[in-house]
Design a protein around this ligand. Structure first.
Ligand SMILES: Cc1cc2nc3c(=O)[nH]c(=O)nc-3n(C[C@H](O)[C@H](O)[C@H](O)COP(=O)(O)OP(=O)(O)OC[C@H]3O[C@@H](n4cnc5c(N)ncnc54)[C@H](O)[C@@H]3O)c2cc1C
Length: 408
């Protein structure tokens, strides 16, 4: 067993942990970042594949509402490091940003890799040390951090610690939620980790599954319990996923948990009013097959026509057909696995933390990023909360060290 002494240990080198490390290093504090993976920021790099939606350009007041029940708990961190500060930070690293037509903010390069490279270079220049292939496995005697490494177990005693181990989605990128048991045993109150911005299972017919898994449903509107979401979805072998589904995934997940299922309504032609659709479908079929007729009269692609048949034989009358096109019911039976989710709901409850994000049960241990109990839709809200809580945890650790006359 190797023993190390550190001023501040940041465990988890994603956006939240690296931001905490930078905040501490800027204050002249010695920081070491530990991560189980052979390189840092792997999920951040994956986010870059979708263009890297860093944050959102809407007014801060509206922005904060996106965090739902966690809005008031996250507000101090986001107000202290708001979207404008995140954009300035990216620009300083050579990656200026712009606000897209949807209000989403992206780096002009649409990439994460140059930003991450520049950031890691700057952190190294600030003296931040990195220990890779160090898997945090729990707390030892006296609060020591226990790691498994290729060279054997290592114990680290630090004056302050920031844990930023992420959630449980895409575990092969490093964050697998393995920390929940150990930290619950250490006295932290943790809401169960659940998939967020996720797909759902549907019992498709073999025909739809075999012929249309992977097919996109473009320009549709989904509705559930009065909430309507326009966008796209994709039929998968086991169900349905995609941006519009993710946007409704929190209420859908809650409904499935409460009732064992949830019925999503899909409007396959949201731009055509119901009465106009009836009028178009009243035209005589004139010997055309039903599929050809629906393709021509209602402008539906083959995947949408196959989907319509999942709710039973197609209605023979125009009004019945139009009603199905405008509100095709799809019964969701379970959220898809968290491994495929964009993000994680649940985590360390804010009640377990003080205002500086320090765990009340573990003085000197701060929590940041997706480990915390919040969820938000896609749109840049995920990364913004991770960066901002990283800054807040770093500042919390600085105050802690000051009040204990350490590290400065
Ligand atoms: C496909 C995809 C696309 C996305 N796109 C966007 C987007 O465009 N905009 C947006 O806002 N958000 C996006 N996100 C979400 C965003 O990437 C995450 O919210 C964010 O990376 C979480 O940051 P974090 O620092 O809390 O955790 P992570 O980025 O998950 O980092 C956690 C780190 O902790 C390490 N770690 C975990 N367990 C251990 C352990 N036991 N010991 C040591 N190290 C450990 C991991 O290796 C990892 O490096 C996307 C997510 C996915 C999956």
């Amino acid at each position: 067993m190797t023993h190390e002494k550190q001023t501040v240990a940041v465990v988890g080198g994603g956006p939240a942990g690296l931001m905490a490390a930078e905040t501490l290093a800027n204050a002249g504090i010695a920081v070491t970042v530990y991560d189980r993976m052979p390189s840092l920021g792997r999920k951040f790099l994956l986010a870059g594949r979708g263009g890297l939606n860093l944050t959102h350009g809407e007014a801060l007041e509206t922005f904060l509402t996106r965090y739902g029940a966690a809005a008031s708990a996250l507000a101090p961190a986001i107000e202290a490091f708001p979207p404008t500060a995140l954009r300035a930070w990216a620009e300083e690293l050579g990656e200026p940003t712009f606000v897209g037509s949807s209000g989403r903010v992206f780096p002009k390069s649409f990439k994460a890799s140059p930003l991450l490279r520049a950031w890691l270079r700057r952190l190294a220049g600030q003296g931040v040390q990195t220990c890779l292939r160090h898997r945090f496995v729990g707390l030892g005697a006296g609060g020591a951090l226990r790691f498994e490494t290729p060279a054997g177990p290592v114990e680290v005693v630090a004056d302050a610690t920031v844990l930023a181990l992420g959630g449980a989605s895409w575990p092969r990128l490093g964050a697998d939620g393995g920390w929940t048991g150990e930290l619950a045993r250490a006295g932290l109150d943790i809401a169960p980790l659940q998939p967020a911005n996720c797909g759902f299972h549907v019992s498709w017919s073999p025909h739809l599954r075999e012929k249309f898994a992977g097919a996109p449903l473009k320009s549709i509107a989904l509705s559930f319990e009065g909430r309507v979401q326009r966008g796209e979805a994709v039929i998968t072998e086991r169900g349905i996923e995609g941006g519009a589904v993710y946007a409704l995934s929190a209420p859908l997940r809650e409904a499935v948990a409460a009732r064992g299922e949830a019925t999503l309504l899909i409007d396959l032609r949201p731009d055509v009013a119901a009465d106009e659709l009836v009028r178009r479908l009243e035209k005589p079929r004139a010997g055309q097959s039903m599929s050809t007729y629906l393709r021509k009269a209602a402008g539906l692609p083959p995947v949408a026509i196959a989907l319509l048949r999942e709710a039973g034989p197609l209605p023979a009358d125009a009004a019945g057909l139009a009603a199905r096109v405008k509100a095709m019911p799809v019964r969701l039976t379970a959220p898809a696995s968290i491994e495929r989710a964009i993000s994680t709901a649940g985590g360390v409850r804010f009640d377990a933390l003080d205002t500086g994000l320090m765990a009340r049960a573990l003085p000197g241990v701060f929590i940041a990023g997706e480990m915390l109990d919040w969820e938000a839709p896609t749109g840049g809200y995920l990364l913004q909360a991770c960066f901002a809580s990283g800054v807040a945890a770093g500042r919390g650790a600085i105050e802690f060290l000051k009040s204990h006359n350490k590290g400065l």
